[in-house]
Design a protein around this ligand. Structure first.
Ligand code: ATP
Ligand code: MG
Length: 405
């Protein structure tokens, strides 16, 4: 390993992660930090060996050997929740000269592109001989000499060069990239997320994972009314979500018998709502069996007949756990924009039939009368139907690099 003359710090590119909301957590801070490091470590496994440690709210990701894929690692870390921004940075010895020299070399591509720049320094090592302002002035002067075409502009620079003098070394870097934000997955408990093959539910899953919740995706599958391709589609959506949500296990629930029981015994106008009550009952049961504290759906106010306020009241009344609906007030376009951002949109729009659409009533009840609906449901042995579905659940392991746990 190459070492700097004046200092024992390793001289190589590292990745610095700035923690987001974790910084605000007083006493629990350590717990959040450990979750974040563990999630980042899992995410990095396939890019080589890294040393990950936290000092003063910054997570340091240091490659342990020359074979580490730094590009891949950097990209992967962009989807780890709990990180507000991330930067590749070069380490150097803690002398003004070493820092200026490193900035001149390491930021050459940025300096050659920019028309103006400034230097911003931070010193957490207060024994460093220069103040932050003096250090910025010194490094700025050296950079200005090395790149005479780039002018210093302290008010509105195109490029801000960051210098951080920390305990173990000094670090030089350019502009940070935005991180995924949110909180580390796993630090806010677990929930079951109802995952159809549509556009909405992958986005609602992403949003709840972003708040630090580990997810168990559940899909209701009505074979043979919905084919193997529909199930495969949901498996690939769930797999894509592991980039954000960490390692997950998808529960595929056999839903055919429950749906057929409704079709054969209940009035057509209630088909959809009774089916949705069935889904919620089974999801609630699976959630409790798996130590989860809530259910998540992609419902969106007024989008379809089963998503009016009255319809949602009727479906959630069968649940013991809270139902989280992060998309409730979004416009479709806002959901689509997020689906594109998280990479699920293209898979979501592949043609497929959902079990919701198989027995769709011609005239669904928009403002259902709860008493009538519950009376219609009396003919079903819902406990037995739920039990049968739960016993038939097939768990599909999804490859994932990071994890909720
Ligand atoms: P999506 O685009 O996610 O399919 P949607 O707008 O089509 O949602 P619905 O089909 O009415 O809405 O379903 C509302 C929510 O119910 C979905 O977002 C999802 O959370 C859940 N859901 C619907 N169908 C299924 C299914 N087959 N398996 C699991 N969850 C489902
Ligand atoms: Mg759907």
């Amino acid at each position: 390993m190459e070492r700097d003359a004046e200092n024992t710090a390793p001289v190589r590119d590292i990745i610095l992660l700035k923690q987001g909301e974790i910084v605000l957590k007083g006493l629990n801070k350590k717990y959040f930090e450990q979750k974040l490091s563990a999630n980042a470590a899992r995410r990095l496994r396939r890019f080589g060996r890294f040393h990950i440690y936290t000092i003063q709210s910054t997570v340091y990701v240091e490659p342990l050997d020359a074979g580490c894929d730094m590009e891949g690692a950097f990209d992967a870390l962009k989807s780890v929740f709990g990180i507000i921004s991330l930067t590749r940075a070069a380490a150097c010895g803690k002398t003004p000269e070493a820092i200026a020299q490193k900035a001149i070399e390491y930021l050459a591509p940025d300096m050659e592109r920019a028309r103006s720049f400034k230097v911003e320094s931070r010193r957490s090592d207060k024994r460093f001989p220069l103040t932050s302002i003096e250090l910025s002035r010194y490094v700025g002067g050296e950079l200005a000499d090395a790149y005479p075409n780039v002018k210093v502009d302290v008010h509105d620079p195109e490029l801000t060069v960051h210098v951080e003098v920390r305990d173990l070394a000094a670090y030089v870097h350019g502009a940070p990239s935005p991180g995924a934000g949110g909180m580390p997955v796993g630090c806010n408990g677990r929930a079951v997320t109802l995952l159809s093959g549509g556009i909405d539910s992958p986005v609602s899953s992403y949003m709840i994972a972003k708040r630090g919740v580990g997810l168990i995706p559940v899909h209701f599958w009505a074979f043979p009314y919905t084919g193997v391709a529909a199930k495969e589609k949901v498996i690939s959506l769930a797999r894509q979500l592991t980039d954000w949500c960490g390692k997950m296990r998808l529960a595929v629930v056999p839903f055919t018998r429950y749906q057929e029981a409704i079709r054969d015994n209940c009035p057509e106008e209630y088909f959809t709502l009774l089916m949705r009550r069935g889904m919620m009952r089974i999801a609630d049961r699976l959630a409790r069996d798996n130590g989860c504290s809530a259910l998540v759906t992609g419902e969106n106010l007024g989008q379809v007949a089963s998503q009016t306020m009255e319809a949602m009241a009727v479906t959630e009344s069968v649940c013991t756990l809270p139902v989280l609906r992060p998309l409730i007030g979004f416009d479709k376009q806002e959901i689509v924009t997020l689906a594109r951002k998280i990479g699920t949109f293209e898979t979501s729009i592949l043609p497929y039939e959902d079990c919701c659409t198989v027995f769709t009533p011609r005239h669904p009840a928009l403002r259902p009368d709860r008493a009538k609906l519950e009376a219609a449901e009396q003919v079903l042995d819902v406990d037995a139907l739920v039990e049968e579905a739960v016993l038939g659940v097939e768990y599909v392991k999804l490859e994932g690099d990071s994890s909720a746990e």
